[in-house]
Design a protein around this ligand. Structure first.
Ligand SMILES: O=P(O)(O)O[C@H]1O[C@H](CO)[C@@H](O)[C@H]1O
Ligand SMILES: O=c1cc[nH]c(=O)[nH]1
Length: 235
C-alpha cells in the first residue's frame, strides 16, 4: 500500500496507462484488458491490472491537474516500481490544422505550473517525453492510419483562462494543444529516470469552438488507447 493507493506489492504492473478520468480507467480496463481486477478505489481514483497482448498492464486514473496527477505518478514509481508510463488524456486544440478527435503526441511541454518554478528557479526546466516511447507510438499510430500531430503541448494549471493574448501567443509559437498534466508526468520521468509519454485526443477546439460530449470523453478515444497499449506491450 502507498498513501493514496490500496494495491499490495506486485498488484501494479511495471507498465501503466494514465487517464485523468478514473471512469476512463474503468472503461479501458473493462474494454481492452483480459482478467482485469480493480486494485484501488481510494477516493474513487480507480486503478486496474490485467493483461494486454499477454503482457501485464495497469490503468490508473490520476485526476485533474499536476498536483493530483504527480501524487499518483510519484507513488506508482516509488512504491510500486513502475518503469513505463503513458498518459491517455484529452486536450483542447490550439492549431487550425489539428482537428477534433486527432491524436497529439506530446514531444515537449510548456507550463505555468508553480511546482516547476519552485523546483528549478531561477532556470526554466523543459519537461520532454521519452524518445523511444514516442518513436514507437508514432510508428504504431501511423501504421494504423491515425491522424497524428507531434510537438509542444501547454500544461496549464487552469482550465478556464481570461488570458486570450497568452493563448494566441502559444498558438503563434506552434503549441499544438492545452491540457493539465503532461509537464508533471515528464518532470517525474526525468526526476526518477523512468519512461514517460503523453498521448492526447483532441476533445475540443479553442479556435473553431467544436466539442466532444462528456460521454465520448469518458468512453471512447479507442484509437489512442490501442496505440498506447501496443506501445507498452509490443516488442
Ligand atoms: O481527460 P483528461 O485526461 O482528464 O485531461 C484533460 O481533461 C481535464 C479537463 O477537463 C484535465 O485533466 C485535462 O488535462
Ligand atoms: O485542459 C483542457 C482539456 C481539454 N480541453 C481544454 O481546453 N483544456
Amino acid at each position: 500500500m502507498s498513501f493514496h493507493l490500496d494495491a499490495k506489492k506486485g498488484e501494479v504492473a511495471d507498465k501503466v496507462l494514465l487517464p485523468g478520468d478514473p471512469l476512463r480507467a474503468k472503461y479501458i480496463a473493462e474494454t481492452f484488458l483480459e482478467d482485469a481486477t480493480c486494485y484501488n478505489n481510494v477516493r474513487n481514483m480507480l486503478g486496474y491490472t490485467g493483461t494486454y497482448n499477454g503482457v501485464k498492464v495497469s490503468i490508473q486514473g490520476t485526476g485533474m491537474g499536476i498536483p493530483s496527477a504527480i501524487l499518483y505518478i510519484h507513488e506508482l514509481i516509488n512504491d510500486y516500481g513502475v518503469k513505463d508510463l503513458i498518459r491517455v488524456g484529452t486536450c483542447g486544440a490550439l492549431q487550425k490544422d489539428v482537428k477534433i478527435r486527432d491524436v497529439i503526441i506530446a514531444q515537449a511541454t510548456t507550463t505555468d505550473s508553480s511546482l516547476m518554478f519552485k523546483e528549478f528557479n531561477p532556470v526554466y526546466f523543459a519537461p520532454v517525453g521519452n524518445f523511444d516511447l514516442l518513436f514507437k507510438a508514432y510508428n504504431l499510430g501511423k501504421a494504423s492510419g491515425l491522424n497524428l500531430n507531434v510537438g509542444n503541448v501547454y500544461s496549464s494549471d487552469s482550465f478556464y483562462s481570461d488570458n486570450q493574448a497568452l493563448t494566441n501567443k502559444l498558438s503563434d509559437y506552434g503549441v499544438l494543444g492545452v491540457e493539465m498534466e503532461t509537464a508533471g508526468l515528464y518532470y517525474l520521468g526525468s526526476k526518477f529516470n523512468v519512461n514517460t509519454l503523453s498521448l492526447l485526443t483532441v476533445s475540443d477546439h479553442l479556435i473553431t469552438g467544436e466539442q466532444t460530449t462528456s460521454e465520448e470523453r469518458q468512453t471512447t478515444f479507442n484509437d489512442m488507447i490501442t496505440v498506447a497499449l501496443d506501445t507498452l506491450t509490443k516488442e
